[in-house]
Design a protein around this ligand. Structure first.
Ligand code: FAS
Ligand code: PHB
Length: 388
C-alpha cells in the first residue's frame, strides 16, 4: 500500500490529523492496534479550550459540539470555608467547553474518510531518515502488511512505538512522576455545580466535573498504588462531600449510581525533538501532562493544528519551511502546557509537608484575590492562541 502520510494511532491526534490532511487533499492511512469499539469507549478528557473548539469548528467538526457541548465561563477554586469563581470571559474574553473526548472521537470517526486499519499488531517504523519511510505491521488476521509513505505521523499515545524510533543519541526526555494518583468516577446523577470545582483539602484534592445535565465526572486524589476496588461507592461519595465542602454555605453534593471507576497515575513527560527525518510525533506520543490543567487532549489538538499545514506544505508544495519548524513551534506550547499542568497539580494536591500546604493556600488566595493572578490562570486554562 502507498500513501502520502502513514499515521500510527487512531486516537484524537491521529484521527484529527487524517481529517485535516484529507481536507487538504493529502492522502493518509491510519493504523490502530485496538478495535474501533475499544477506542470509542475510552473515557478520558472532558474539557476543550476555546482554541480547540475554534479549530474543530473550522474543520467542519463543530456542529454537534456546539449543539451538545456546554460553554463554561470559568471554574471554581475552593479550600475549606472558601469557594471562588474565576470568570475567564470577564478576565480574558475566552471560555472553555465541556465536551467529552469520547464525543470528539465519535465526531472524528463519523467525519473520517481516510482508511483506518484497526486491530493491527507488530507495527514497525522504518527508514524515517530517508525520503522513503515505510511501516510494516500484521493485520487483524496476522497477515503481514506494509505502507510506503512520504511521511510517518507518530500519534500512538504514551505507550506506542513511534517515540522510540528517534535515536537515543538524538532524543531528549524529561519526566516527573507525582506522588499521588486520581481515582475517577462517572455517575448517573446531575452535576451539583454549574461549572467545575477544583478543591484543595487537607485530605487531598477533589474535582467536580461533568459530561451532561445527567452525568457527573468526579475525581479524588489517592495514594499511588491505589486500585479502584479499594474504594466503595459510599466511601467515594463521603470523601468527595468532605473535600468539595458539602454543607458549606448551604451547598450540597448529590450522590448517584457510579457507572465507571478507574485510577489514573499522574506524570509529566516530554520528548524532543518532535520531528526526526520523515517521522513527526504528535499528542501523547511526545508528551504527557497530569490532567489537573485539562491540557492532554487540547495539546494533542494543538500539535495537529501545526502538523497538518506543515505536512501539506511539504507534500503538496514541496515547501519544507513549516515542517522544519514543527518541532520547535509545537514544543514551545508543550512546555507552556506542561508548566501550567505542573503548577495546577502542585498547587492543589496535598503532600506531607505543612510548609508546602501554606504555599498552596497562599497561591490559591492570590489567584482568587488578584485580578492579575486570576487572569494568568485563566489565559492558560482557556488556552493561549495556538502557535503561542
Ligand atoms: P491516545 O492515547 O488517545 O491515542 C493513541 C492511539 O494509538 C490509541 O488508540 C492506541 O490504541 C494507539 N496505539 C498505541 N500503540 C499503537 C501501535 N503500536 N500501533 C497502532 N496504534 C497504536 N486528558 C485530559 O485533558 N483530561 C483527562 O481527564 C484525561 N484523562 C485521561 C485518562 C486516561 C486513562 C488516559 C490514558 C489519558 C487521559 N487524558 C486526559 C489524556 C488524554 O486525553 C490524552 O491527552 C489524549 O488521549 C491524547 O490523544 P492521542 O495523542 O491521540 O493519544
Ligand atoms: C474531566 O472532565 O474529565 C476533567 C476536567 C478537568 C480536568 C481533568 C479532567 O482538569
Amino acid at each position: 500500500m502507498r500513501t502520502q502520510v502513514a499515521i500510527i494511532g487512531a486516537g484524537p491526534a491521529g484521527m484529527l490529523l487524517a481529517h485535516l490532511l484529507r481536507r487538504a487533499d493529502v492522502d493518509a492511512v491510519v493504523l490502530e492496534t485496538r478495535s474501533q469499539e475499544y477506542v470509542a469507549s475510552r473515557i478520558r478528557a472532558g474539557i476543550l479550550e476555546q482554541s480547540s473548539v475554534d479549530l474543530l469548528t473550522s474543520a467542519g467538526l463543530g456542529d454537534r459540539l456546539r449543539a451538545e457541548g456546554f460553554p463554561h465561563r470559568g471554574i471554581y477554586l475552593q479550600w475549606p470555608g472558601e469557594r471562588h469563581h474565576l470568570d475567564f470571559v470577564d478576565l480574558i474574553g475566552r471560555s472553555v467547553w465541556v465536551y467529552g473526548q469520547t464525543e470528539v472521537q465519535k465526531d472524528l470517526v463519523n467525519a473520517n474518510t481516510a482508511s483506518v486499519v484497526y486491530e493491527v499488531s507488530d507495527v514497525q517504523v522504518r527508514n524515517v531518515d530517508s525520503s522513503a519511510p515505510y511501516v510494516t505491521y500484521l493485520d487483524a488476521e496476522g497477515r503481514p502488511g506494509r505502507i510506503d509513505a512520504s511521511a510517518i505521523a507518530g500519534c500512538d499515545g504514551s505507550f506506542g512505538p513511534s517515540r522510540a524510533v528517534v535515536p537515543a543519541s538524538v532524543a531528549t526526555t524529561w519526566e516527573r512522576t507525582y506522588p499521588y494518583s486520581w481515582l475517577g468516577i462517572l455517575a448517573d446523577v446531575a452535576p451539583s455545580t454549574d461549572e467545575l470545582i477544583y478543591a484543595w483539602h487537607p485530605h487531598g484534592f477533589a474535582l467536580h466535573s461533568m459530561r451532561s445535565p445527567s452525568v457527573s465526572r468526579l475525581y479524588l486524589q489517592v495514594p499511588n498504588g491505589t486500585s479502584a476496588g479499594d474504594w466503595s461507592d459510599q466511601r467515594i461519595w463521603d470523601e468527595l462531600a468532605t473535600r468539595l465542602g458539602h454543607g458549606q454555605d448551604g451547598w450540597k453534593l448529590t450522590p448517584g449510581p457510579v457507572t465507571d471507576k478507574s485510577v489514573l497515575p499522574m506524570r509529566s513527560f516530554v520528548q524532543t525533538p518532535m520531528r526526526y527525518g520523515r517521522l513527526f510525533l504528535a499528542g501523547d506520543a511526545a508528551h504527557i501532562v497530569p490532567p489537573t490543567g485539562a491540557k492532554g487532549l487540547n495539546l494533542a489538538i494543538a500539535d495537529v493544528a501545526l502538523l497538518a499545514p506543515a505536512l501539506t506544505a511539504l507534500l503538496r508544495n514541496n515547501d519544507p519551511a513549516l515542517a522544519d519548524r514543527y518541532g520547535d513551534d509545537a514544543s514551545r506550547r508543550v512546555w507552556r502546557c506542561t508548566h501550567f499542568s505542573w503548577w495546577m497539580t502542585t498547587m492543589l494536591h496535598i503532600g506531607d509537608d505543612p510548609f508546602d500546604a501554606q504555599l498552596q493556600l497562599s497561591q490559591l488566595r492570590w489567584v482568587t484575590g488578584s485580578e492579575a493572578g486570576a487572569a494568568g490562570l485563566a489565559e492558560n486554562y482557556a488556552g493561549l492562541p495556538i502557535g503561542f
